[in-house]
Each structure stands twice: as C-alpha cells, then as structure tokens.
Design a binder for this molecule. Structure first.
Ligand SMILES: *Cc1c(COP(=O)(O)O)cnc(C)c1O
Length: 367
C-alpha cells in the first residue's frame, strides 16, 4: 500500500463532473478576470463563513500584505508573529517596511505563546499576527485583551484554519481581519494560487478591495496606487464548486484525526496533537512529535508512506532573518520541536485502511 502526503487527484475524481463544468463555463464565457464567477464566490464564501465581506485576491500572502498596508503598517513599525509558521506570516511584515518580531510557540498547542506577547510589545508595535497553525486556534481571548490594552490590530493568519473556531467564533472573525489562502493543498484549495480577506469592517473591506485592484474601485478612477492582486475566474468557479463539499471534507479530516488519536495512542515514542479546549480544530495538518524523527520518516518513506515537516527551520533561523541575530535560546520550544515534529498524511480522502497502515508501520519502526 502507498499513502501519499496529500492526494489532490482523489478529490478531483470525486467531483470531476462539477469541476469540469465549472471550468468549461468560465472559458466559454471568457470570464477570466473579475466578473460573475469571482463575485459569486466572494458572496457564497462570505455567506457560508458568516462574515460581511470577502475580498478575493491572488494568494494568501497578498491577503496578509494588503490588510497590513490598509491598516497603515509601515516602516519603523513592528508586527509580532509566531516563530513557527510559513514565511508569508513574516515576509509580508517586511514588505510593508515594518520589522517582524517573533514569539516562541506554546509547548502543548504549537501556536504562538500568548504568554510571551506582552513582553514583545513596544511603542512601535502596530499589530499581532496570530497564526492558527495546522487548523488549531490560538488563545484569542488573551491576544484580543492585549490588543485592546495596547490599541494594536489583530490580523489572523487563517491559511491553515478554514472553518476552525474559538469559543464558537470562526477563525478570521475574532480579530480586525482574517487572511486566507486557497493554495491547492489547503483545506479549501483552488487549482492554482488564490486567497481572500474577510472582515466585518465596511471601511477596511473597501480599502482592501481598492488597494488590491490598482487603487480603483471603478475602472480608471485610481484614488491611490495599489497592487494587482486578483483571483481569476477559473479559480473562483472551482472554489465555488467545492464550497458544497467543504463542511463534509472538514468533518472527515476531524474523523481521521480521531482515528489517528485512537490507534497511535499506545505508541510511547510519539506525542499526539492536543486540541485547545473550547475550540474546533480542522486538522489542516496532523502533527505528532516523534523520537528519532528523521529515521522514522525515512522508514515510513521506504514503506510507501509520505510525511512532511512543518517546518524544519523556525522562521527566525532562516537565512532571510540572519540579520536579526537570533539564537536557539530565544525560541527554545520552536527550536527543540523543529527536530521532533512530523506531519502525517491528512486529508478527507484518507481511508481507515491507510491510517491503519501508517499506524502499523510506525509501530514496526519502534519495535
Ligand atoms: C499557505 C500559507 C500562507 C500563504 O498562502 P499562499 O496562498 O501560498 O500565498 C500564509 N500563511 C500560512 C500559515 C500558510 O500556511
């Protein structure tokens, strides 16, 4: 048996007719940029998610950048984010001219450690970007209380947390705005790059939309210089077709995680993911910590099981951030865990037989 890390083809095959029809429709109407399919998706996603505004854009990275720019984040400012994330969470801070300030991660939940935030806040701090990593929500009550106390914005990086929730409120609806990625392997994935911004703030929504469309809401009326960050019609039509299935797929991820929890529970050499209380985890990733991680990954690979590491190098230790001069002791948890974390295959199409095989193979390695 082989178990790929992700299987985008299996999902396509399961809804092939609808996807093919959606693609044909866009091409037949040459609705390539903007227009009906994009407007439709924005409306449908906002409705399903329960938010006033969805502003589509070219990718998840842009969505973070656009929000920060429109909140006035600029050179001389500081923005705090998690030491363990994808580089979009921090490179977009630098793109605005501001300086990324990293905070270590929580040893139990792997998200930004909310208890370390207050000591990172200075008079220059403009925003915090909590990253709901792996589908796990950050400790938002503490983060929002700090943000209110110091009057700073909270921009939620929801690229890995579509439909996750904290105390009944969905990711992206707790802070000032939420940034989403529809990269193909994300929980809701396009067939290319795509992203969106969600917010209930009318003024911010309009600003983000204008900035992402060359500074013009009406053709040729450029009130400012913006950027070109649009979702194309094909991606919008594909995403719209997938919206009817996303809740079911998310539930299946949760069931798969539960099954992993059950059958991996007896292996003392690995530590299973822990869900933060009063939250809804959507398992973009199922991450364990494993003894002899690299050897285990190699063994699994030899048995046809693909795994991955998210992420092998914490952001502060990437070459790109060498100039910040950080030491492992600055981020002890992220440093230690980067050698232990292992992402196991996780997607809706994963079968119980496949999970059984992963479990049996891990047991075989440790025996
Ligand atoms: C995928 C991802 C992004 C960026 O999304 P793109 O659509 O690839 O630009 C941002 N943050 C996190 C945490 C991600 O996983």
């Amino acid at each position: 048996m082989t178990v790929p890390f992700v299987d985008l083809k299996a999902q396509y095959v399961s809804i092939k007719d609808e996807i093919d029809k959606a693609i044909y429709g866009v091409i037949n109407e040459t609705a390539f940029i903007g227009g009906k399919y994009v407007n439709d998706f924005e409306k449908k996603f906002a409705e399903l998610y329960g938010v006033k505004h969805c502003i589509s854009c070219a990718n998840g990275t842009d969505s973070l950048y656009i929000i920060m720019k429109m909140l006035g984040v600029t050179s001389g400012d500081e923005v705090i984010t998690a030491a363990n994330s994808w580089i979009s969470s921090s490179e977009t801070i630098s793109q605005t001219g501001a300086t990324p300030v990293f905070a270590d991660i929580d040893p139990l939940y792997y998200t930004i450690d909310e208890n370390l935030l207050e000591q990172k806040i200075t008079t220059r701090t403009k925003a915090i970007i909590p990253v709901h990593l792996q589908g796990q929500m950050c400790e938002m009550d503490t983060i929002l209380a700090l943000a209110a106390k110091y009057k700073i914005a909270v921009i939620e990086d929801c690229a890995q947390s579509h439909f996750s929730a904290y105390k009944g409120k969905r990711a992206g609806l707790l802070g000032t705005a939420g940034a989403f990625s529809f990269y193909p392997s994300k929980n809701l994935g396009a067939y290319g790059d795509a992203g969106c911004i969600i917010t209930n703030d009318d003024a911010l929504a309009e600003q983000c939309k204008r900035f992402a469309r060359h500074g013009a809401l009406v053709k040729h009326e450029h009130t400012l210089e913006g950027i070109n960050s649009r979702m194309d019609g094909l991606q919008a039509a594909i995403l719209s077709a997938k919206l009817s299935y996303i809740m079911g797929w998310t539930e299946k991820r949760r069931l798969n995680a539960k099954y992993y929890d059950e059958i991996l529970g007896s292996i003392s050499q690995i530590t299973l993911p822990v869900v933060r209380p009063e939250t809804h985890h959507t398992y973009h990733l199922y991450v364990v910590r494993a003894e002899r991680r690299d050897k285990l990954a190699k063994f699994l690979k030899s048995k046809g099981i693909e795994t991955s590491v998210h992420y092998p190098v914490p952001l502060p230790f990437l070459e790109a951030y060498k100039y910040l001069g950080h030491q492992p002791a600055d981020f002890p948890v992220a440093s230690k865990y980067s050698h232990q974390i292992l992402s196991l295959p996780m997607y809706a199409e994963l079968t119980e037989e496949m999970i059984d095989y992963v479990s049996t193979t891990i047991k075989e390695f440790y025996s």
